[in-house]
Design a protein. Structure first.
Length: 215
């Protein structure tokens, strides 16, 4: 299995030419963007994030705004009632605990501590926390979103009955740590382009020889 996952990663990396992650260093923006992306398409969450920033201009202003106004800005991302309350609450907790919205202290913790800190926030699960660590600070993680979960189960890299958190643990045992983030990005690309939830394009799939679904 370890050998297969390494070969799968090599093939996908060659096809999609995704070889590196460039962490941007802005943990709080990554956190809010990932909360906005829960159960919606990336395009919509990106628009919701941009509208939030245009309207409020700072996390302090979002934190002090009423939830109805936040809700109006992020409506396009769906579940705006829940997300507006969640975002406001998360910002308030972070400010109260850290006296700022700077999350760069997470880099000084070990990965398990930083994951535990992030997942203690309301509505923040392993996927969201892992996205913050990976994309903001380059701390290797495999966020298991809908694409990653679907593809690794179809291929047979993990049991089909595993919950997302357990899929992440299983995958991280199979891969070298330095490859976690790249694996995540390549699977997302593969899910968007080839291994669709409905009607995957198995005949065009460069890793179909490894896939249990078509055996
Ligand atoms: S063979 Fe089909 S189901 Fe398997 S990974 Fe490729 S596209 Fe997905």
């Amino acid at each position: 299995m370890k050998k297969n996952i390494s070969i799968i990663l090599q093939i996908l990396s060659k096809k999609y030419a995704i070889k590196k992650i460039r962490p941007h260093g802005d943990g709080i923006s990554e956190l809010i963007l990932t909360i906005l992306s829960q159960n919606t398409a990336d395009r919509n969450s990106g628009i919701a994030f941009a509208r939030l920033m245009n309207k409020f201009n700072s996390w302090e202003n979002v934190s002090n705004a009423n939830t109805q106004t936040i809700k109006e800005q992020i409506k396009i991302g769906g579940m705006s009632n829940l997300k507006s309350k969640r975002i406001k609450k998360v910002l308030q907790i972070i400010k109260k605990n850290n006296e700022s919205y700077d999350l760069s202290f997470l880099k000084k913790m070990n990965r398990e501590e930083s994951l535990a800190w992030l997942t203690s926030l309301p509505g923040v699960g392993s996927k969201t926390a892992s996205c913050v660590l990976l994309f903001a600070y380059g701390i290797q993680s495999i966020p298991v979103d809908t694409h990653v979960g679907r593809i690794v189960k179809r291929i047979g890299l993990v049991e089909t009955n595993l919950a997302a958190d357990d899929v992440q643990i299983a995958l991280e045992l199979l891969l070298q740590k330095k490859s976690y983030g790249i694996f995540h990005l390549n699977l997302i690309e593969h899910g968007r382009k080839i291994c669709h939830a409905k009607k995957p394009l198995c005949n065009e799939c460069v890793i179909n020889q490894f896939c249990q679904k078509i055996k």
